[in-house]
Design a protein around this ligand. Structure first.
Ligand code: PMP
Length: 427
């Protein structure tokens, strides 16, 4: 420990105690460095099967198959996407060189903002350095713009939305039960009719894999004159005819005021964004601290993201391939009697229900089978609902799926709590 305080500042003692507690609770998080080998991924040409055996293999002293990636479609290792980044670095350098307003805007930035606005059928788009920042900065800025805002926030909203909502001093927050429109309506009805209102919610909830009723939420928003702010982070690229998310799939994008997304998951690169009407986007561009006072995304990252978005919009087969793989994996789990939560999305949670057991299961998958599946524990999910969160994708072959199913059935019989073990034993 290095400190200017020979007897130790109380914060150092606090950290030591807090870390010891986290360890005791089985929640200590360790990094698992994974060197993704981009040149080993198969190149998909339309629906054709890859010529080489598919592998999302990574190097962790040996080969590891990753089952927890958020690069859902593998766009981060798509050659055209990587080439776009390499070309842009050669032509424009490694960094942006400034904030968006001070020398940091490249033609890629403005082109990507137009592309994203078009994807969601909105007038304008605005890039942020990450999805987290796009939520935090946009919500905080909107909710401090006028006096008296009331934000109706789904109980399971992501930490980045909560950060923006909590950071909006002077506004009021009303939390409604997760995906519960009756509760939302009761709370909207109880609020002062003239207060400016915003409903903040997600489309695909990433940990449970459930999907919200966007049309129903927007109908309530109209009835009570509320704006809607929708996080489509786990849906963009994956749902809708062009990957515009659940709002595109359900034909309701025009009913949502602000659609927020990320470039780091379905699009496989990096960065966050919002799309909305031009006055909302212009206001955030001129007022959001998290947009103004930070260096712009590097041009190469933006060039890669632009290429990825264009490609993903065109290639419906990528989405189809992913869902075919998700269904194939679920069928195998079902056949093997491995408990999993059936979700209406691409996310496959395997419930474990205990932090230490979840950690052990994940460690043994990695160490004994070379399978990487992150344990999800508190504070990401409530205590007692710890789980493995698996995200099958286009690169998971039948063989890899068999390997995961075999490993899980062996390990879960040992690790699972009694009720889960009994479930496994059932045919
Ligand atoms: N919203 C949700 C629902 C998320 O799950 C995440 C990240 N996991 C974010 C926003 C933040 O996105 P990014 O990773 O691009 O910062």
């Amino acid at each position: 420990m290095s400190s200017n305080h020979p007897d130790g500042h109380p914060f150092y003692r606090f950290c030591r105690t807090a870390l010891a507690d986290i360890r005791t609770q089985g929640r200590y998080r360790q990094f698992t460095p994974l060197a993704r080998e981009a040149d080993r991924y198969p190149v998909y040409e339309q629906e054709k099967a890859p010529a080489t055996p598919a592998t999302p293999a990574c190097d962790h002293d040996r080969e590891v198959v990753v089952w927890s990636s958020n690069d859902y479609l593998g766009m981060g290792v798509e050659p055209v996407v990587m080439d776009a980044a390499i070309t842009a670095i050669r032509e424009h350098g490694a960094g942006a060189g400034g904030t968006r307003n001070i020398a940091g805007t490249s033609p890629f930035h403005t082109a990507l903002e137009r592309e994203l606005a078009d994807l969601h059928g909105k007038e304008a788009g605005l890039l942020f350095v990450s999805g987290y920042v796009s939520n935090q900065a946009s919500l905080q800025t909107i909710l401090t713009s006028m006096p008296g805002w009331i934000c109706f926030s789904d109980r399971l909203n992501h930490a980045s939305m909560i950060a923006g909502i909590k950071g909006a001093r002077g506004s009021t927050t009303v939390i409604y039960e997760h995906n519960d429109l009756e509760d939302l309506e009761a709370k909207l009805a109880a609020a002062p009719p003239d207060a400016p209102k915003l409903i903040a919610f997600e489309s695909v909830y990433s940990m449970d894999g459930d999907i919200s009723d966007i049309a129903g939420t927007c109908a309530l928003a109209r009835k009570y004159n509320a704006m809607t702010y929708l996080d489509e982070v786990h849906a963009v690229g994956l749902y809708g005819a062009q990957g515009g998310g659940i709002s595109e799939r359900d034909g309701v994008a025009d009913q949502v005021d602000v659609i927020e997304g990320t470039l780091s998951k379905g699009f496989g690169v990096h960065g966050g964004y919002i799309t909305a009407s031009s006055e909302v986007v212009e206001y955030l561009r001129l007022a959001a601290s998290g947009f103004i006072f930070t260096t712009a995304l590097p041009p190469a990252v933006v060039a890669a993201a632009l290429t990825s978005v264009r490609q993903v919009r065109k290639d419906a087969w990528r989405r189809e391939k992913m869902f075919e793989r998700v269904n194939a994996f679920r069928a195998r789990l079902r056949k093997a009697g491995i408990p999993f939560t059936m979700t209406p999305s691409h996310i496959v949670p395997i419930p474990v229900g205990d932090a230490q057991r979840c950690r052990d299961l994940s460690d043994r998958l990695l160490n004994e089978y070379g399978l990487y599946a992150t344990p999800i524990n508190y504070p990401t999910v409530p205590r007692g609902t710890e789980r493995l969160r698996l995200t099958p994708g286009p690169f998971h072959t039948d063989e890899m799926m068999d390997q995961m199913v075999t490993a899980l059935s062996k390990l879960m019989r040992i690790n699972a709590p009694v009720d889960v073990a009994q479930k496994i034993a059932e045919p």
